[in-house]
Design a binder for this molecule. Structure first.
Ligand code: SAM
Length: 372
């Protein structure tokens, strides 16, 4: 069957089939299970939400498992990250975790969440076989957290994290998107969390993606300028590049308050993500501080992931590059199981060849659709 390739770059990048464009380099499949979210983070979604996908357009859990099996059995990709939108709002997520555990030879199964539903879901997710959790938090101040997420409640998220730790999720990660005028006075506070708790706090550079890169969506919203910055608007979504805080500035702010950060052996960090990890030298820290700096130091040459959107499109890059639609393969009834597994695996090989040399300055697609 011919592969349904989408958005193929006009010129194929050089180095075809080598380095990160080789399927052998892929170690993680990120699986988005929904485009929906119970937050409306100012840098990610307009207040009124976006037009949600139709239910029939989403891959079923059986289809997700089939893709994961093909990845594991044919290519040895055995690390999976569930994402969204907000993955916990997809009904039956716990069942999906069980199904992946039962049917796929999984080495590492993790989830990234905004944490709002974690208090009730942490135990069932653990029981179903989830290995690791990342929780996204952009402010440690209740009011500000609410303003950034528009619908979130910090105390609920923190209780969810406590519950996750209590039921045995070790090595929790916290993702914080660094944004000028939004949370740039809190970097040391985030790093301070690692003094007491065995967390890895990871600072993520803001990436201009999809509508988050352009203005307009919510400029009529009332904003507190002292909180979200001199450029006004409703936050990062309206302010494009001036919201960007490069990693060295974040490190400087942390070190000014808490002393030097010293490098940590990368292999000792759970997962195989792109974060460069440190720990505070002083204060006998229990946790670590990581940086994911896709804008100031793109890590495309060591990229080791593919992304599956909730609608079954395999995406080679968060920012751009080629896509391959797996849905026609999955929904074509006449295919024998083994043929289909091979076709899915071939689609992965084809997709990874479409990775750009280095991603561009702006991403073409909304983060909530791709899943980070
Ligand atoms: N809802 C889940 C969560 O909160 O982790 C999973 C999806 S969310 C899109 C994944 C991560 O992407 C979150 O940590 C979020 O803060 C981050 N993110 C969203 N838009 C971003 C942007 N424009 N730049 C950098 N990170 C972004």
């Amino acid at each position: 069957m011919r592969l349904p390739l989408l958005n193929i770059p006009a010129e194929r990048p050089a180095g075809f089939d080598t380095g990160p464009r080789s399927i052998r380099a892929v170690r993680v499949l990120r699986i988005s299970v929904t485009d929906r979210c119970n937050f409306r983070c100012v840098y990610c979604m307009p207040e009124e939400g976006v037009r949600w996908l139709e239910k029939d357009d989403l891959l079923s859990f059986e289809e997700v498992v089939e893709v994961a099996r093909a990845a594991a059995e044919v290519h040895g990709i055995r690390r999976f990250k569930l994402t969204g939108g907000e993955p916990t709002v997809r009904r039956g997520l716990v069942d999906l975790v069980s199904m992946l555990r039962r049917s796929v030879d999984v080495e590492d199964l993790s989830l990234t969440t905004n944490g709002m539903l974690l208090e009730e879901l942490a135990a069932p997710l653990k029981d179903a076989g989830l290995d690791r959790l990342t929780v996204s938090i952009d402010s440690l101040r209740t009011d500000r957290f609410r303003r950034i997420t528009r619908t979130g409640d910090l105390a609920t998220v923190l209780r969810g994290m406590d519950r996750a730790a209590a039921v045995g999720f070790n090595g929790l990660k916290v993702n914080c998107v660094t944004m000028r005028g939004v949370n740039d006075d809190e970097f040391a506070d985030f790093a301070r969390l690692t003094l007491q708790r065995p967390l890895t706090v990871r600072f993520i550079e803001y990436m201009p993606l999809g509508d988050a890169a352009v203005s307009g969506q919510c400029s009529t919203r009332e904003v507190d300028e002292s909180e979200i910055g001199p450029a006004g608007g409703c936050g990062a979504q309206d302010r494009g590049e001036d919201v960007f805080v490069p990693e060295p500035e974040v490190r400087e702010a942390i070190e000014a308050d808490l002393g030097p950060l010293v490098p940590v052996e990368q292999d000792s960090e759970p997962g195989v993500g792109p974060a460069i990890v440190y720990r505070l030298r002083e204060g006998n820290p229990a946790g670590r501080v990581g940086f994911i700096s896709a804008m100031s130091s793109p890590f495309c040459s060591t990229c080791n992931r593919l992304r599956l959107t909730a609608t079954g499109v395999l995406r080679s890059c968060l920012f751009e590059g080629g896509e391959v639609d797996l849905k026609p393969l999955l929904r074509q009834g006449t295919h024998q199981h083994d043929d289909r597994r091979q076709s899915l695996a071939d689609a992965m090989t084809e997709c990874v060849r479409l990775k750009p040399d280095v991603h561009g300055a702006r991403g073409s697609e909304q983060m909530s659709r791709i899943g980070g």
